[in-house]
Design a protein around this ligand. Structure first.
Ligand code: SAM
Length: 385
């Protein structure tokens, strides 16, 4: 009998792509084979992104095309399974919104330790944590991917060992905030408040970005980098994403001396205005960001930095935007992923702050920054979460 086939259509960031490799692993372990195209598979898995409204719209558009295609050819469509960050809507709303979906696979059920099916033979993505505890006010991730959970050291190292045995030489460690990998968690009441749908104010947000204490001694993430670097066959290590607030000095020192770590560091700033950073609950100031950059450059002048910026965040005044413009001129970012603020229902900023910057103005601000940061760098954009 012919094996059943699956096809995975992936939207969004590298974490989603990495999850898709593990979903593929799970399907293959159950005897399925990959179809060459969604038009000819038995099961179609749609791995969605919800970071901005446009990302959700793309998934909806894709599912619309699937429906139209099978209606047109008059054939039975594949079973459709939806996963990824759109699951933050909850099953009931999703089935109502997208009646074509047959099944919803919660993203946290995509196990860390399912063997990934990789297309690449040299470079591998390795998830080291899932979820996020940062609660940036604009961000849907803590609601779609749940609380931050570090993967066990042994499991990560076993995966690296297997990859090395198969000839892999480059690793990218993935997590929403890799710096906090393995850190002891502190108590938290905030998410409960959000989930209970209670009213709250900016003061209810946690002070520390990811709510972990600064570790004493070598942070676990640095130890992990050292352990992976100890594999002779591993030539290059990258990681994403980092948060400036807990980009510890020990990590900077390790990057400086350990040349297996890529000289490109991705460090999202989101805004160059301290007032906006506060409203975003980013947990650091512009000065702290500059301190990290200066220390990185002092550790090794070959280090280059890229960033993410959101323009048109709720209440962003012209003067606040100008501060980001000035900073962008000051910091020579290799690349900047500039995004237009998209209010996400369920997040703190959606509830606390009106989305009061007109779209045309957001677009203008996007163009200004994209020009300043990326005008010479379009061809060198790295793939980033
Ligand atoms: N974990 C990373 C961090 O802490 O910066 C970034 C993860 S997020 C998937 C990637 C980028 O999407 C963010 O850096 C931010 O610039 C952008 N983003 C997130 N939520 C957004 C929103 N509501 N509107 C516009 N851009 C958003």
């Amino acid at each position: 009998m012919k094996n059943k086939t699956y096809y995975i259509h992936t939207f969004g960031c590298q974490s989603n792509k990495s999850d898709s490799e593990r979903i593929a692993g799970d399907y293959e372990a159950r005897g399925y084979t990959e179809a060459s195209d969604w038009r000819v598979c038995d099961e179609l898995i749609v791995n969605t992104c919800a970071i901005r409204q446009r990302a959700e719209d793309r998934a909806k558009g894709f599912l619309h095309n699937v429906r139209v295609h099978f209606n047109e050819i008059g054939k039975q469509r594949p079973k459709i399974i939806l996963t990824g960050c759109m699951t933050h809507h909850g099953n009931e709303k999703l089935y109502e919104m997208l009646p074509i979906v047959d099944e919803i696979l919660p993203i946290n059920e995509v196990g860390f330790n399912t063997a990934a099916i990789r297309k690449d033979v040299k470079h591998a993505w390795i998830p080291i944590s899932t979820g996020c505890n940062s609660f940036c006010t604009y961000c849907i991730v803590p609601y779609s991917r749940g609380r931050e959970q570090s993967r066990d050291f042994e499991a990560i190292i076993t995966e690296v060992e297997n990859l090395v045995d198969r000839g892999f030489e480059e690793i990218t460690l993935l997590g929403m905030n890799v710096n906090s990998w393995g850190l002891e968690k502190l108590g938290i009441g905030f998410r409960k408040l959000m989930m209970e749908n209670k009213e709250f104010t900016r003061d209810d947000l946690p002070d520390n970005q990811s709510q972990y204490l600064t570790p004493t001694g070598t942070p676990p993430f640095v130890k992990l980098l050292q352990a992976i670097s100890a594999f002779e066959q591993i030539k290059k290590i990258r990681f994403m994403t980092s948060n400036p607030w807990d980009f510890h000095d020990e990590l900077i020192a390790e990057i400086g001396r350990n040349k297996k770590i890529d000289r490109y560091v991705h460090l999202p700033i989101q805004s160059g205005s301290n007032a906006v950073l506060y409203r975003m609950n980013r947990g650091y100031t512009k000065e702290r960001y500059l301190e990290v950059i200066n220390k990185l450059r002092a550790a090794d002048p070959d280090i280059v930095v890229g960033t993410d910026i959101i323009v048109g965040f709720a209440g962003e005044t012209e003067a606040e935007f100008e501060e980001t413009v000035q900073l962008s001129k000051e910091i020579d970012w290799k690349v900047g992923f500039v995004a237009i603020y998209s209010p996400r229902p369920g997040t703190a900023s959606f509830r606390i702050y009106p989305d009061d910057i007109p779209h045309a103005e957001k677009k203008r601000r996007w163009e200004v920054l994209d020009q300043i940061i990326n005008k010479d760098n379009f061809d060198s954009r790295p793939v980033v979460i």
